[in-house]
Design a protein around this ligand. Structure first.
Ligand SMILES: C[S@@+](CC[C@H](N)C(=O)[O-])C[C@H]1O[C@@H](n2cnc3c(N)ncnc32)[C@H](O)[C@@H]1O
Length: 277
């Protein structure tokens, strides 16, 4: 098992071809549908897409809301280059891509009305510090929407893997730690000072037509079974095909957290002169 490092050049391309193509656009739609509930066609908003990757979410927002000004940041140069390329292709002038790490968000805008983060939080090295950094760039009264994978995300896949590989499936455990980090999200938000936290869990079905398709996807993503003998791979494919003759459907658990930075407290009326006695 190899944990993908999406920040490397190889990882960025891998991401774009696997999760970035198949999963993150659907997870991004969960954020988009919640954003749409609060937006009118004409309100102008400053939006930040954090850990934007190749721009799946930021580009959709910029296209759907031409009046929004979108800033999309990611610590990977390669991801940012992919995003810029796509923005140019789509002729979008209301989105600006920058290479930047969430540990030090250095932007000249005074604050963002909306900060969005799709599936990137589990990769932040210091989640609590990063969330405090995020808090600083949200305007008072502004909203954040984060999605993270829930613990149940790949459980059907890991069930089959354990069936065939037994204890070897433990090799997947380091990847599962990303899911544990994801579950820290509400605490990180509350500790940073956000309020009105709201969590919505959704399970998105992903259908693979057969065992071979499942293995192709996960082999590419995790390099799972890179070193496994052919008969083990065959065994996994057979286990999936026998248990799921009509194809294998997995349910990706999306956890959407929204929260607000509190409004500025009303300034206290100025006391002037001496108190009336
Ligand atoms: C799973 S990808 C999600 C990309 C994108 N949001 C999407 O929905 O397709 C995680 C992204 O987080 C970025 N990332 C990881 N650590 C980061 C950090 N400390 N600061 C900014 N971006 C980071 C990675 O480079 C990668 O593009």
């Amino acid at each position: 098992m190899h944990i993908p490092n999406f920040k490397s050049e190889e990882g960025s391309i891998l991401y774009k071809n696997t999760v970035g193509r198949r999963i993150s656009p659907r997870v991004a739609k969960v954020i988009l549908s919640h954003v749409a509930q609060n937006e009118t066609a004409s309100t102008r908003r400053d939006v930040l897409d954090l850990g934007c990757g190749p721009g799946v979410l930021g580009l959709s927002i910029a296209a759907q809301y031409p009046q929004f000004i979108v800033t999309a940041v990611d610590s990977s140069d390669v991801m940012i280059a992919l995003g810029k390329e796509e923005a140019a292709k789509q002729n979008l002038s209301n989105i600006d891509f920058r290479t930047m790490s969430v540990e030090k968000i250095d932007l000249e805008r005074k604050g963002y009305d909306l900060v969005l983060c799709n599936l990137a939080f589990p990769f932040f090295p210091r989640p609590f510090d990063s969330m405090r950094e995020v808090y600083e760039v949200v305007r008072p009264g502004g909203t954040v929407f984060f999605t993270v994978p829930g613990r149940q995300t790949w459980e059907e896949f890991f069930d089959v893997t354990t069936l065939v590989l037994g204890d070897m499936a433990m090799m997947a455990k380091p990847f599962l730690s990303k899911f544990t980090q994801a579950e820290m999200l509400p605490n990180a938000m509350a500790a940073a000072g956000f309020e009105k936290l709201k969590e919505v869990r959704t399970r998105l079905p992903f259908h693979f037509e057969n065992g071979q398709a499942v293995l192709d996807f996960f082999s590419e993503l995790f390099h799972l079974l890179d070193y496994a003998p052919e008969d083990i791979k065959e065994e996994m494919i057979n286990a999936i095909d026998q248990g799921h003759p009509n194809g294998f459907t997995m349910h990706y658990e999306v956890v959407l957290l929204s929260a607000q930075r509190p409004q500025m407290p009303e300034s206290a009326p100025e006391l002037s002169g001496k108190p009336h006695l």
